[in-house]
Design a protein around this ligand. Structure first.
Ligand SMILES: [Zn+2]
Length: 188
């Protein structure tokens, strides 16, 4: 497996090359992505800076499906819940339900031949998920190299934020953390 970091205009996007290709989050425009086909897209949480180009990705990659929590889907077109209003956006495009796979703790990506699972990382939002593949954690805005995501936005929760940080600390075998913003970093 190889991971390529794309420093998107709105958030980091990770391209995971394995037996299938996966994009994590949608904060980079299509023109910022390398040329390759994509079979799966993961949305770590329904904040505007992570989902802004998601409909473009689904158009560009017609066979791809997007993996997100049910709560993320329920709020994805709400400008307040997604904090799109903070970016001055007044209109959000709808994500077709038949392109979406709802995921929860321990769910998997169809066809991915690596040891992997989704993990709930609530706190920054009530819809935040991460993806563990081998010794890598793709965590959205749950944790950064020098901090953690804010919990004062809609559906944020301070207590859950710190529970999630403990949960991440207690994960066995994670060596590399890929956050939604800032540089990926290594842990012991
Ligand atoms: Zn966020």
């Amino acid at each position: 497996m190889q991971v390529e970091t794309i420093l998107g205009e709105y958030c980091n996007v990770y391209l995971i090359n394995s037996n299938i290709n996966i994009l994590v989050d949608a904060g980079a425009s299509i023109s910022e992505l390398p040329q390759c086909d994509i079979q799966a897209i993961v949305l770590t949480h329904a904040h505007y800076d992570h989902l802004i180009y998601l409909v473009d990705y689904l158009t560009k990659f017609p066979k791809a499906r997007v993996y997100m929590s049910k709560r993320a889907y329920e709020k994805h077109s709400d400008t307040a819940q997604t904090v799109a209003n903070l970016f001055g956006a007044t209109n959000l495009r709808d994500i077709a339900r038949d392109r979406v796979v709802f995921v929860d703790e321990n769910c998997k990506i169809d066809g991915l031949n690596e040891s992997h699972s989704f993990i709930n990382l609530f706190g920054h939002t009530d819809c935040s998920i991460g993806l563990i593949i081998n010794d890598c954690l793709f965590c959205g805005d749950a944790v950064f190299e020098n901090g953690y995501g804010r919990y004062d936005l809609p559906t944020g929760n301070r207590e859950q934020t710190f529970e999630t940080l403990d949960k991440i600390k207690n994960l066995k075998n994670i060596k590399h953390i890929y956050s939604g913003h800032g540089a990926p970093f290594d842990v012991n």
